[in-house]
Design a binder for this molecule. Sequence first.
Ligand code: PLP
Length: 356
Amino acid sequence: MLMVETINIDKRLRESSRIHEVDLKNIAFGRVYSDHMFCADYKDGKWQNFTIQPYEYLKFTPGAAVLHYAQSIFEGLKAYRADNGDILVFRPEMNFKRLNISAERMCIPTLPEEIFMGGLVELLKTDRHWVPDAPGTSLYIRPYIFATDEYIGIRPSDQYKFIIFTCPVGAYYSKPVKVKIETHYTRAAEGGTGFAKAAGNYAASLYPAKLAQQRGYDQLIWTDGKTHEYIEESGTMNVMFIIDDTLITPSTGDSVLKGITRDSILTLARSWGMKVEERKLSVKEVISAIREKRLVEAFGTGTAATIAHIELISHNDEEFVLPKSHEGSFSNRIANTLNDIKTGKAEDPYNWIMSI
Ligand SMILES: *Cc1c(COP(=O)(O)O)cnc(C)c1O
């Protein structure tokens, strides 16, 4: 990775780490925060005030634009501890690029690479002892930007805050999920903001997800907003199906989030000689494949779980039980390979790892 410029970061560090207060062997996802965060402010037309400071409460006005109009975007990535103690970050430049794609859509000023990468590397160096080393654990990294203007009215803010904080996370026991194909509510419309990791998208998805959970499903499979006939993604994961010997996943367009896990899996699958199709995939096609016993497996893909097997799909009040995954399943093999690359146990043929 070539970074021509570097940034000057002011550091205000804790006198002592809080890490002894935490049982790193037993952590709930998203509940435990490392000692420090990286912050930057956008004002007077440029990003400035680069600091690493304790993770602590922020001060901002009740009139802050983000609280009213959700001008806010985020990213999620992970760092892993290699056997030799190195800290390995998985494809951070992809998150950097996607953050700026989201920024553009939400009228948020884009972030120069040296600020994203410089802040990330310095933060990870500062809190490197927070990267857990037990199998399956990692450090979840959350970069985000939000509007801070004190202004009640709809227009892009003039001021923003960029923050990166990190959370050690435990082994993610991805138990198979039951999903419902959603044919009434819409996550993302054509021309909308579905391809952006924009805060409001997630608020809007809560209610339909809650209704499905009340009926015993873990997640929804979202369909297109126009016809509800085509599969888009699952919860906050992309979704993949193996039908006969082909790996099929919906093409992305502007209503599907372009997952980095998705891209990584497609790249590996192609390199293994697997048939891969990124295309429109109808609910009908999936249901017929299940009925004809040609559906081999179905799973969601994302940074949090890597892979979540789907064990049951409900569509129009009819439930379909899917084949069980096993040791040799494609999804298990790909999850293991990805995990070995991320933790430095396997070769990294695509230069996905940034080592710190
Ligand atoms: C973040 C996200 C994903 C998965 O993306 P990854 O880069 O693989 O973590 C998929 N769908 C939605 C809606 C998301 O927000």
